[in-house]
Design a protein around this ligand. Structure first.
Ligand code: WT7
Length: 633
């Protein structure tokens, strides 16, 4: 097990050491894992190309550290505790020994289907234990998983399958979410009809039992694939820098990019941060409410907790089914000690009223966490007082898909708390704030763009198939720095408050949505000529999506037109990217070089038109008044 920090003084000493001697510090952490061959060098890096390698020459398999090493010490401890969508269905408890067997069995099945080291496997699945099993089975044989959140549309899924050139897709008949079953296999079928020629095999889990069409020669039931397969499978030993997974995420331009993480560094960092941030203690029941389709689920439902030998609870359903008391009912039933969720869920449950929390026995809770977007003070207080009864620290964890693990966060019960602040950098993390010219802002009470000056073990290595895109996106804005896309401030105690994105990315309910992506989708709707999308403050979602749309002629029935736009976005991306507001406009404010002035559109969407700044330099200043008068606020 990696070092576990116990006091603030120890944190300070460890932090100081991690900056003075990062290689020594991380080598000590890495040495606590099972390796087949030790590394020759701890770190090689430059942020120019960029090129970052950790534990060079080391050989391992992350799943041996998630599974095999626990077989000696805790074979019968529950590894995965699964809470079904329907509270009347049976809870599943899978011990480390059982999980090992199930992962090995599927790993053998994948091998039998021709999956080899380095091949990409796309997982489009509900939140059932088999998703975690599939993730680990891929890693077991050195294959690369690419989990696609099951709320994405067929078009979005096809884009990701093609980009990754996936050989196999694993899916299920349907996904039980709240009161309804959502067919997922049919989405896969539709995606595969869009020219995903790399896909040779589709493995289908029988989950809800809903009828699904199977394509002969291509589709195979999960239960048939694993039948007769051995429950042991020697892990494929890989290089530290062997690709572990691809996870697609949105940026300010173009299509989503496939963020790449690797076995060695990701393993060391997720285990270390899991145990330190949440102050995990052996025997704790830990619950992260995210979906494995996002990085939070990868790092802090699957890998981090299993590496640490924890019991990780996986929830199939949604926070409001069958009622808004569901989270608290689950906490009570399973005596959850550590609970990790998103501000949007907290705000939604807060809005549902205190009565849902009141009747529940939440005394098992010791640590509360949040992630995904800035948490507003009101939600922070409600979470602290009503859920945690002022006994439980809130760890406001700031990180990103690209960072692999938490970078800035309190250590539970160690770091002093300050609402809305992610507080201090974790050991090995060297944040800085820069101004628009790239000058580093020193000292307290400054606000700027958040960058990192030094690599940590789980920094992204590349964007799949396009390294230049990785460089341009993260390493080109400021020389020798990783740029996060976030703005932040630092107070007099060196604590960081994350303000939010400074690029054209919207954070809707903790999900990252690129404005360009939504615009591309809207532009495919009938009669649409051009569009511009901005975020605006939304009481539950954090940010809502506001779309300004230019049409080719009169729209006629406005609500039918809006519906057509929503349907198009749902088809192209998925329901999470649906605009909350759609305003038909005669034109968009543009600079003389043809760039849309989003600053003005953002202000109008926020309902703040008092000071739009200088609009005289616009190509078409007259549209501003027209947009203002038709604004949907
Ligand atoms: C963006 C990354 C990391 C897992 C979930 C989202 C925002 C994330 C916080 C926080 C304020 C946060 C940032 C970041 N964000 N955590 N604690 N406080 N903002 O991962 O989809 O890669 O999004 O989420 O804007 O850049 P993601």
């Amino acid at each position: 097990m990696t070092l576990q920090i116990r006091t603030l003084d120890e944190y300070r000493a460890v932090y100081e050491r991690s900056v003075r001697d990062p290689e020594g510090f991380w080598a000590e952490q890495a040495a606590t894992f099972r390796w087949h061959k030790p590394w020759r060098r701890v770190l090689e890096w430059n942020f120019r190309e960029p090129r970052v390698k950790w534990f060079i020459g080391g050989r391992l398999n992350i799943t041996e550290n998630c599974l095999d090493r626990h077989l000696e010490t805790r074979p019968d401890q529950v590894a995965l505790l699964w809470e079904p969508n329907d509270p009347k269905r049976k809870v599943r408890r899978i011990t480390y020994r059982q999980l090992y067997g199930l992962v090995c069995q599927l790993a053998n099945a994948l091998k039998a289907q021709g999956v080899r080291k380095g091949d990409r496997v796309c997982l489009y699945m509900p939140m059932v234990p088999e998703l975690a099993i599939a993730v680990l089975a891929c890693a077991r044989i050195g294959a690369v998983h690419s989990v696609v959140f099951a709320g994405f549309s067929a078009v979005a899924l096809a884009d990701r399958i093609k980009d990754a050139q996936a050989k196999v897709v694993i899916t299920a008949d349907a996904n039980a979410r709240g009161p309804k079953n959502i067919a997922v296999k049919t989405v896969v079928d539709e995606a595969l009809s869009m020219g995903c020629s790399s896909v040779e095999r589709v493995i289908v889990l029988r989950n809800t039992g809903d009828e699904v069409p199977m394509t002969a020669g291509r589709d195979l039931w999960w239960h048939d694939a694993v039948r007769g397969k051995r429950k042991t499978c020697k892990a494929t030993v890989v290089d530290s820098e062997h690709m572990l997974f691809i996870l697609y995420t949105s940026g300010s331009t173009g299509k989503p990019k496939g963020v790449v993480h690797t076995h060695g560094g990701y393993m060391v960092y997720t285990e270390f941060t899991f145990r330190n941030v949440f102050q995990y203690q052996p025997g704790d029941i830990y619950w992260c409410t995210a979906d494995i389709g996002w990085i939070t689920g990868h790092s802090y439902i699957v890998y981090g907790p299993l590496l640490a030998g924890a019991t990780t609870l996986m929830f199939e359903g949604i926070p409001t089914y069958p009622d808004p008391g569901r989270f608290w009912e689950v906490v009570q039933r399973h005596k959850v000690n550590i609970f990790y969720t998103a501000p949007t869920a907290i705000r939604a449950l807060m809005a549902a009223g205190d009565e849902w929390v009141k009747g529940r026995r939440l005394t098992s809770l010791r640590v509360l966490g949040t992630v995904g977007e800035p948490i507003n003070e009101e939600a922070w207080r409600w979470y602290y007082e009503r859920v945690g009864k002022k006994r439980c620290p809130i760890v406001d964890t700031w990180w990103q898909t690209e960072t692999g693990g938490i970078l800035i966060s309190p250590l539970a019960s160690i770091t002093p708390l300050k609402p809305c602040y992610a507080t201090l950098p974790l050991p090995g993390v060297q944040p800085c704030l820069v101004d628009a010219n790239g000058n580093e802002l020193e000292g307290p009470n400054v606000e700027g763009m958040l960058c990192l000056k030094f690599p940590w073990p789980s920094i992204l290595r590349t964007t799949f198939g396009d390294h230049e895109r990785c460089r341009l996106n993260y390493f080109a804005a400021f020389p020798d720095k990783y740029f996060t896309g976030d703005g932040a401030r630092r107070d007099d105690n060196g604590m960081y408050r994350i303000i939010g994105r400074v690029d054209d990315v919207i954070n809707v309910s903790g999900h990252r949505i690129g404005t360009a992506e939504v615009e591309d989708a809207i532009n495919k709707a009938p009669n649409v000529v051009e569009s511009a999308v901005v975020g605006y403050p939304h009481p539950i979602k954090g940010q809502g999506i506001y779309a300004y749309v230019i049409t080719s002629g009169p729209v006629g029935d406005l609500s039918a037109f809006r519906q057509a736009v929503l349907d198009t976005v749902t088809r192209e991306i998925g329901p999470i990217a649906k605009p909350d507001k759609i305003q038909v406009v005669p034109g968009l404010p543009k600079t003389r070089s043809g760039k849309i002035m989003r600053r003005i559109l953002r202000k109008i969407a926020e309902g703040d038109t008092s000071n739009l700044g200088d609009t005289t330099t616009l190509l078409n200043p007259e549209v501003v008044d027209e947009i203002k008068s038709g604004a949907l606020v």
